[in-house]
Design a protein around this ligand. Structure first.
Ligand SMILES: Cc1cc2nc3c(=O)[nH]c(=O)nc-3n(C[C@H](O)[C@H](O)[C@H](O)COP(=O)(O)OP(=O)(O)OC[C@H]3O[C@@H](n4cnc5c(N)ncnc54)[C@H](O)[C@@H]3O)c2cc1C
Length: 377
């Protein structure tokens, strides 16, 4: 049996593909409902990345191409491909849009200010419109993907490798697994995973009632969704934080409301609900997907690695990660989960851009295990 620990979008997507590959899967989370962590806060906008090309944009856009079809097929009631208009953040960004065009995901349309006005936006120079992009109901997507996968509610306090299995220790009971996928988001304290540099990025989004009709979603340095049943989503704030900020100024969405009011009439927006959660980023902002290095054993058996000695990497048996999805968990999770499932079940090679090993040597030599106290995890 394979246990997937964490029922956010990463965990439920992994469970989906493992089950599809014929594996017996158990989904474990401390909550009895999926998406109780960062995933439940997400606006779940699923759109391509714009920019001047490069490996992260390419990977993101491959993931986008996969994700939109995945949600349309598996969660059609909870994903709305109304299109997303990418608007320049400021006049400097507007100039850069010219150079971004070559690297744009296709299909896209170039919109001008008139077209943007028809979509309900004012003082906007236009931008790139991606007709296949959209947004989803994050909790419903996770609920639907988790349906049909056996689940257990347990707060896992400790992991132990005993003979050929993993033991997941909870307060009163324990679960045994032949193989284990860790999809725990920003909480990475169950093992020494400092080499990944997992950091939390706290954020809030809000759902608002409005009588206005927005036919499409838009993204500037915040996102406003298309309207559905008199409701829009406004997201999201970005606060670097090692811990969830349980205390805020009471108005976490004030900055987003001010930004939205600059580009559309928000006078009848009435806040219905605020959602807050933690994103999880890796040191290089790429996802981390694949086997896990046994750091304590490597340091014990080869202490000279901190001074540059090369030795073969030692991985834990039967242990895998799916993490570091950052602010694009709903874009990345389906493709990353499928790649991981193919690796676990068929031994398929992992894309080096997402393989966790890429982060180890830099960490061990440049950051140094002695100096890294893991603050920020
Ligand atoms: C405000 C906000 C807006 C966002 N908007 C978007 C967006 O529009 N589009 C997009 O693609 N992404 C968005 N994101 C990012 C996206 O939400 C994350 O990338 C995604 O949620 C990461 O999913 P995850 O499954 O890795 O982590 P999580 O959703 O945090 O899931 C981790 C799970 O592990 C469980 N867990 C952890 N430790 C243990 C333990 N010891 N025992 C038992 N259970 C455990 C937790 O309970 C949790 O359910 C947004 C994030 C935030 C916060």
């Amino acid at each position: 049996m394979i246990v997937v620990l964490g029922a956010g979008i990463a965990g439920v997507a992994a469970a989906h593909f493992l089950k599809e590959a014929g594996e017996e899967v158990l989904l474990v989370d401390r909550s009895d409902v999926p998406a109780s962590g960062g995933s439940g806060a997400a606006g779940a906008f699923v759109s391509p990345k714009i920019g001047k090309g490069g490996p992260l944009q390419e990977l993101t856009n491959d993931a986008f191409a996969f994700a939109k079809d995945f949600y349309r097929k598996l969660t059609p009631h909870a994903f709305h491909a109304d299109g997303v208009l990418r608007i320049p953040k400021n006049p400097e960004d507007e100039v850069k849009f010219e150079s971004y065009e070559t690297f744009n995901y296709r299909p896209y349309e170039r919109w001008d200010a008139v077209k943007a006005r028809e979509a309900g936006l004012r003082d906007v120079p236009g931008g790139f419109f991606f007709p296949e992009a959209g947004d989803g109901d994050a909790r419903e997507i996770c609920r639907t993907l988790a349906a049909g996968v056996p689940r257990r509610q347990m707060n896992v306090e400790r992991l132990e490798r005993k003979e050929d299995r993993w033991l997941l220790h909870g307060p009163q009971e324990r679960i045994e697994a032949e193989r284990l996928v860790l999809a725990t988001g920003y909480e990475s304290g169950l093992l020494d995973l400092r080499y990944l540099g997992i950091k939390g990025l706290w954020g809030s989004r809000g759902d608002y009632a409005t009588s206005r009709h927005f036919p499409i979603s838009m993204h500037k340095d915040f996102s406003l969704s298309s309207s559905r049943e008199g409701r829009v989503k406004l997201g999201a704030t970005h606060v670097k934080s090692p811990e969830p900020c349980r205390v805020c100024d009471g108005r976490p969405l004030a900055s987003l409301e001010a930004k939205a009011a600059e580009i559309t009439d928000t006078s009848d927006f009435r806040l219905l609900e605020t959602f807050c959660g933690m994103r999880s980023t890796s040191r290089d902002h790429f996802p981390v997907v694949g086997p896990v290095i046994d750091v304590p054993r490597m340091l014990e058996e080869s202490p000279a690695i901190v001074r540059g000695a090369k030795t073969p990497l030692i991985h834990f048996e039967g242990l895998y990660l799916l993490n570091g999805l950052g602010g694009r968990g709903f874009v990345f999770a389906p493709l990353m989960a499928r790649m991981l499932a193919e690796h676990i079940t068929r031994g398929a090679a992992l894309d080096p851009r997402i393989h966790p090993d890429r982060l180890f040597w830099k960490w061990v030599r440049r950051v140094g295990p002695q100096r890294d106290n893991g603050v920020g995890r």
